[in-house]
Design a protein around this ligand. Structure first.
Ligand SMILES: C[S@@+](CC[C@H](N)C(=O)[O-])C[C@H]1O[C@@H](n2cnc3c(N)ncnc32)[C@H](O)[C@@H]1O
Length: 268
């Protein structure tokens, strides 16, 4: 399987959008504690470096990987602008082939995207194998019943309404280079047996009022409930699997949209 088989939308204009507009968020502070406690660290599905760049700036030893060469390219450019030259790899999680192992591996918003169920399992096995003995995996996952996941469309009656209609033109955002950007997403399909949804994203870019790029992508996301993911981690060789709340250190609650999974590789 090549990285081309992974169905995500993090390419082209969308990679520019991420680099321009997705640069903050509470996850940066949350994941930092784990990186500080165990280096070197690997940021899996690092995207354009929302977490990676602040950590590198602080002198932490972190490598990054992501299935999208476009996201990696935008990340590399942003790092270079600050005089940084991180080790970045354009690889899918289930195909990881890296030169070193890590004390900490973290995945923020990247698990279950664009992959099959078998690839998710293989991805976890590789993350396990790229940890040093005793190393820690920290992985977050949005729950299927979270606010933004359109849970109602998993129901038989609501699935008849899919695909949802395309969105009307909305608000454009202006990037640092003066280009204007707009993304329009919609739900295409929900497959309860596979626990996955298919989403479409249209991406537009204008320069000086003229449309210079119009792209269309599909992304699949596979959802896992808490117990699904705990079992998958155990099945992949991890020990001491612990679940925490939505980017906090509290026990998980039904109100949490995201859960965070901590899992260790055996010490010896
Ligand atoms: C929601 S973004 C999160 C990016 C970054 N972790 C952050 O929090 O800013 C998801 C990222 O996962 C990457 N991705 C999706 N499927 C992947 C896979 N199977 N293996 C590795 N990366 C993947 C995408 O290319 C994208 O950059």
């Amino acid at each position: 399987m090549s990285t081309q088989d992974v169905s995500t939308w993090h390419y082209g204009v969308i990679a520019h959008w991420w680099a321009e507009f997705n640069t903050t968020g509470p996850e940066i502070d949350y994941f930092r504690q784990f990186v500080e406690a165990g280096q070197p660290a690997l940021d899996v599905a690092c995207g354009t470096g929302r977490l990676l760049l602040p950590y590198l700036r602080e002198g932490l030893d972190v490598d990054g990987c992501d299935v999208s060469p476009d996201m990696i390219a935008r990340c590399r450019e942003a790092a270079a602008r600050e005089g940084l030259s991180p080790n970045l790899y354009a690889q899918a999680m289930h195909e990881l082939d890296l030169p070193r192992r890590y004390r900490t591996i973290f995945v923020c918003g990247g698990f279950g995207l664009g992959s099959t169920g078998e690839q998710d399992l293989e991805g976890l096995r590789r993350l396990h194998d790229y940890l040093e003995p005793g190393g820690l995996l920290v992985l977050d996952k949005e729950m299927p019943y979270a606010a933004g996941t359109r849970w109602q469309y998993w129901l038989k009656e609501k699935r008849q309404e899919l695909p949802l209609p395309r969105r009307e033109p909305g608000k454009r955002r202006v990037g640092s280079d003066g280009a204007e950007y707009e993304l329009r997403g919609r739900l295409i399909d929900a497959d309860p047996l596979d626990q996955s949804v298919t989403l479409e994203m249209q991406a537009f870019m204008w320069r000086d009022g003229e449309l210079v790029a119009e792209e269309e992508y599909l992304l699949t996301e596979r959802f896992y409930f808490r117990n699904d993911l705990v079992r998958l981690l155990e099945h992949s060789g991890f020990l001491d699997v612990e679940v925490r709340g939505d980017h906090n250190d509290a026990p998980p609650r039904a109100e949490d949209d995201f859960l965070v999974f901590l899992a260790r590789r055996q010490a010896t």
